[in-house]
Write a protein that binds this ligand. Structure first.
Ligand code: ADP
Ligand code: MG
Length: 217
């Protein structure tokens, strides 16, 4: 059976889909057979990302994502047997019952969090809920994302969360405009054409993701 990696948070707009798509891309670049399941039917989710990718012609720089993105009901047992990893992009505001259910299905639960005080508090609350359910503690990993690249806020947040007893990825996924443009074009930031990489940081962004992928699997 594949390693099941679920990405979830209590709030929307945290960066779940961005992480899910890029993490799946990094694992597949490393030669693993990966599928992404989109459990969030809304606009802006990973299914839409893959569809935008397909709409681009080769002249427009169509490269594909390198892995399949499926809806939950398209996941068949036979498919699972051939996979190394299943990445799950979850719903924006999961109910507690859905979170409980997710923590049973997943081997790793990635909790993306911004570094602001409010976001850290909400991450702590969610982590407390998940660990109080038993069993999930060793599966939980916070990944700090949309981290301002130069302020040191990411390092501080990582330390604070660790002091509070949480497992936090070493990797800080920094905030770069490349992710936004990559989402709009339906590509991975790795494949963003140079003329579209206005901040000039797409390569750094991809390094963050590769480094995260090695911490996860
Ligand atoms: N590391 C990042 N740097 C810059 N922008 C980001 C980053 N991660 C996410 N974003 C942007 O934040 C917004 C919300 O991200 P998204 O992945 O759709 O969140 P969610 O799936 O949690 O709702 C999007 O506009 C996305 O491009
Ligand atoms: Mg999303």
């Amino acid at each position: 059976m594949p390693a099941v990696i679920a990405i979830t948070s209590e709030k929307g707009g945290v960066g779940k889909s961005t992480l899910a798509v890029h993490l799946a891309g990094a694992l597949s670049e490393r030669g693993l057979h990966v599928t992404l399941v989109d459990e969030d039917g809304r606009v802006g989710s990973s299914i839409g990302w893959a569809q935008r990718s397909l709409k681009r012609s080769p002249e427009q720089g169509h490269v594909g994502l390198g892995f399949e993105v499926l809806e939950p009901d398209e996941v068949r047992p036979r498919l699972l047997r051939d996979l190394d990893a299943l990445v799950i992009d979850t719903e924006g505001r999961p109910k507690r019952k859905e979170l409980r259910d997710l923590s049973e299905r997943a081997d790793t639960i990635l909790l993306p969090s911004g570094v602001s005080t409010l976001e850290l508090e909400s991450t702590l609350t969610l982590a407390e809920f998940l660990t109080s359910e038993g069993g999930a503690r060793r599966k939980l990993k916070v990944i700090l994302t949309r981290v301002p690249p130069t302020s040191g806020a990411g390092e501080r947040a990582r330390e604070d969360l660790r002091e509070a007893g949480l497992t936090v990825c070493n990797t800080l996924v920094r905030q770069y405009a490349a992710y936004l443009r990559a989402a709009e074009l339906g590509v991975l930031c790795r494949d963003l054409p140079a003329r579209e990489d206005l901040g000039g940081r797409a390569a750094q962004a991809w390094q963050d993701i590769l480094s995260l992928s090695r911490e996860v699997l």
